[in-house]
Design a protein around this ligand. Structure first.
Ligand SMILES: *Cc1c(COP(=O)(O)O)cnc(C)c1O
Length: 411
């Protein structure tokens, strides 16, 4: 039997069934059909409260909306966080529709098209510039519109986040402006009459190591101070990146948030003068929403092949690619999963939970230990609140997208 990842806290059993935000899996599936993503707004609210309690008050909290752009969830988040970080013109429209004011939106991401730049500048969104050429295009578009663009520079830092799932900084990268070129670009922006908004420094994603995050934040603050001095410019704002990870796999332990907060508090109390008035923020995706989501699918077929049990579901990697191990992981390991309609029942057999796609990649759980499940039972795959529905190839094989529901939304 292969181990399963740890089921996140906050999921109780009601009448022997998994309950999400107080609703049983079978009631949710009866209402919305399967396959289905369910997000518990109350868990997201509690997560934000825990962050606010642990982190310095001075630190703003942004939502990186690519983690989950489900419209009701965006509206929920808009009431909780200080800003939204977007990465496309489409995300700009979704953030606006969720009621996020433009001055609380910043737009990073390589390959921004002129139409994206124009939409952002016209609305007053801050652009996190990814290159010197992008800066020139933004300035030209601002001139045409008669509106000075709000410009920050995304820095390609000289370091990356240790233990990070996805390396985003250090060395040659399509993201950000190399640190050595930043001071010249800052001076160009300030001389242009654009509104100078500061720096965005993002060094990586998905680490569970508080010391690695503290080290990255210290390096980020030092880099920001050095660049501000070399540019002879104050920094109105500085986005320190994110990287807070969640436990997905067997043996993963949650991030020690108090340790991260204490270390950053100590950094903030010893800031150099050049950063004294800078507004700092971090941008988090999966840490805010990942553990609040569950993917529910129904078992269509139970079969044996060469002595192994396969539970074939009506879902699969076309909705939850990450759980199949095909989204940014090198070695496939099991996400947390359970038979939702027999939640908490003892393990009775080894079974693999597979999807309905004709590919051996479509495996939601590999040789896990489960209570014996039958056709009609529901399967839950946890940690499905981030990079699930919108980061999976929903059109592959024509099964169509999963339903999505947010329960316990902000009123
Ligand atoms: C993807 C991304 C994030 C969010 O990453 P998580 O691991 O979900 O927290 C934040 N900032 C930038 C620039 C990103 O590309």
């Amino acid at each position: 039997m292969k181990p399963l990842g740890p089921i996140p806290p906050g999921f109780a059993a009601i009448d022997g069934e998994l309950a999400i935000g107080g609703y049983t899996a079978s009631a949710l599936a009866a209402e919305a059909g399967t396959p289905l993503f369910v997000y518990d707004g109350a868990l997201i609210t509690a997560r934000v409260a825990a962050l606010r309690a642990a982190l310095p008050e001075r630190l703003g909290l942004h939502y990186a909306m690519k983690a989950n752009p489900f419209a009701p969830l965006l509206r929920h988040m808009a009431r909780l966080v200080d800003g939204f970080d977007i990465a496309s013109g489409g995300e700009l429209e979704m953030a606006e529709a969720a009621g996020v004011p433009a001055e609380r939106i910043s737009f990073a991401g390589p390959g921004k098209r002129d139409a994206d730049l124009e939409a952002a500048i016209a609305r007053g969104v801050t652009l996190n510039l990814e290159s010197a050429r992008e800066a020139e295009r933004a300035l030209a578009i601002g001139e045409q519109l008669g509106k000075p663009p709000r410009l920050a520079i995304r820095v390609n830092p000289d370091f990356d986040l240790k233990g990070s799932g996805m390396k985003m900084g250090g060395g040659a990268k399509p993201f950000g402006v190399d640190a050595a070129l930043v001071p010249g670009l800052v001076r160009r922006i300030m001389a242009s009459g654009a509104e100078w908004r500061g720096l965005h420094i993002y060094a990586g994603s998905q680490t569970l190591d508080a010391a690695a995050i503290a080290e990255m934040q210290a390096a980020t603050l030092a880099l920001a101070a050095r660049l501000a001095e070399e540019s002879r410019a104050v920094l109105p704002a500085c986005n320190l990146g994110g990287g807070f990870g969640i436990p997905y796999f067997p043996g993963d332990a949650p991030l020690d948030l108090a340790a991260v907060g204490d270390a950053l508090g100590a950094q903030f109390s010893a800031l150099p003068d050049v950063l004294a008035d800078t507004a700092f923020c971090i941008e988090l995706g999966r840490y805010l929403v990942g553990e609040a989501g569950v993917y529910l699918t129904r078992i269509i077929d139970r079969k044996e092949s060469h002595g192994e049990v396969f539970l074939v579901t009506d879902g699969g990697l076309h909705h939850q690619l990450a759980a199949s191990g095909n989204f940014g992981t090198v070695v496939r390991r099991n996400y947390p999963s359970a038979i939702a309609t027999r939640f908490g029942a003892p393990v009775e057999e080894e079974a693999s939970i597979v999807g309905c796609l004709c590919t051996p990649l479509d495996r939601l759980a590999d040789k896990g230990g489960f209570p014996r499940a039958e056709e009609g039972d529901l399967v839950a795959v946890f940690c499905a609140g981030a990079y699930g529905a919108s980061a999976s190839p929903a059109h592959f094989l024509g099964h169509g997208p999963a339903a999505e529901r947010l329960v316990n939304a902000n009123p």
